[in-house]
Design a protein around this ligand. Structure first.
Ligand SMILES: [Zn+2]
Length: 398
């Protein structure tokens, strides 16, 4: 299995190289702003067409010929990402980049074979301590003193300028060995929720990081009040906006970090994990506002993806039950369905059929466990059949 990893090197460009790096950084901003302006004029313009248009842009601005040709394409990718985030309620409307605001450019690694020799446009040389980037000579680097070779598969490089210093983030794909899955009955079903983040079929409840977030929210409120009072276009206002952006980033990081700890704990205790499908959640939680929904859904998809990825690395398994499985509406003790409890505000309900009192989240996680086990045992059956067939074959050979 392969894993992505980023290596960050500090760059020490000479004056000529600095000039080039600055012009590459400027190109990203120029291309981004150019196509944002076109898109604002003609909304139907799509990102593929923008990429097709690059050669004519280069014709009009001959200085662009000196620039690494991948950079304009990456700038359009950035613009597309900004629009995607905007449409998914994860970011504001894409804005024009100011001279100070966008200080990074990304370029991809391209490999070519010629006469049985492989050539690539990006190289990290840890003997001479240099990095070769497209359209620019070897730049001196520092970092990773213990490494002497860099025979890794480079995917791309992002060059950043921070407070006058230059850095390169080199993204590589590394092969790693993962343990193989061993059939196990250490299983758990998990219900994801807005109120309680995760409820396990073992009865464990993992809350949201409410306290920490509440503290951040309090700060955010204060900043927003400041923002409302500040003069439009003033330097002070810009400072407050940056503070708000930083705080929002902190809130996102806190959520992610917390998810990691909880996911690791569950995967330590269990070998097979059963989760819901995201769409199930979307349909059930019709009570929440669309913004809250999209935020919690992005958190859910983050949790699900992390479970899948980490389980793979640890030789464990994750199954997701069908999109249409009504985990919250089925009574776990008798199996009858009660559609009246669809609404999220119903936290506890008495089953009209067997009179059992069901706690919403625990009942759902038990149902997910049972439904997931069906999928898991089907897989085990297949593996068992293969195993028995192999024994048969070996017996025949004897
Ligand atoms: Zn029942």
């Amino acid at each position: 299995m392969s894993q992505f990893k980023t290596y960050t090197f500090r760059l020490y460009p000479n004056n000529d190289q600095k000039k080039k790096l600055n012009s590459f950084l400027g190109t990203t901003r120029f291309v981004y702003n150019h196509y944002l302006e076109l898109k604002e004029k003609e909304y139907s313009l799509n990102f593929k067409d923008m990429k097709k248009d690059i050669p004519s842009l280069v014709e009009n601005y001959p200085w662009m010929k000196e620039v690494d040709s991948i950079i304009p394409r990456c700038a359009i990718d950035n613009l597309e990402n900004a629009f995607t985030r905007y449409f998914n309620n994860l970011g504001g409307k894409p804005k024009f980049k100011k001279h100070s605001s966008l200080c990074s450019y990304r370029t991809s690694c391209i490999r070519r074979e010629h006469k049985d020799k492989e050539y690539q446009n990006i190289k990290v040389d840890l003997i001479n301590r240099t990095i070769k980037l497209p359209k620019i000579s070897e730049i001196k680097i520092k970092g990773y003193r213990n490494l002497t070779t860099f025979d890794k598969k480079i995917i791309n490089v992002t060059v950043k300028r921070v407070a006058g210093k230059y850095y390169a983030n080199v993204l590589v794909s590394e092969d790693i060995e993962v343990p193989s899955f061993k059939p196990s009955l250490n299983m758990v079903g998990i219900d994801l929720g807005v109120k309680t983040l995760m409820t396990t079929s073992d009865g464990e409840k993992i809350e949201n990081i409410k306290e920490q977030l509440a503290r951040y929210e309090h700060k955010l409120k204060g900043l927003n009040r400041w923002l409302a009072r500040s003069k439009k276009g003033s330097k002070n206002r810009e400072k407050i906006i940056i503070k708000i952006q930083k705080l929002n980033q902190k809130i996102r990081n806190a959520k992610k970090f917390y998810n990691n700890i909880m996911i690791n704990k569950i995967l330590k205790e269990n070998d097979v994990v059963f989760l819901e499908n995201l769409k199930t959640k979307e349909m059930i939680e019709n009570g929440a506002s669309s913004l809250a929904k999209s935020i919690s859904n992005s958190n859910f998809s983050d949790i699900i993806n992390k479970f899948k990825y980490k389980a793979k690395m640890l030789g464990k398994k994750v199954y997701q039950v069908s999109t249409y499985f009504p985990s919250s509406q089925i009574c776990y003790s008798c199996g009858s369905r009660n559609e009246k409890v669809k609404n999220l505000s119903v936290r506890k309900w008495k089953c009209p059929n067997c009179h059992n009192v069901n706690e919403r989240d625990i009942n759902a996680s038990l149902n997910i466990l049972e439904e997931g086990m069906k999928l898991y045992f089907k897989d085990l059956d297949k593996e068992m059949k293969l195993y028995l067939e192999n024994i048969d074959r070996e017996l025949k050979l004897i």
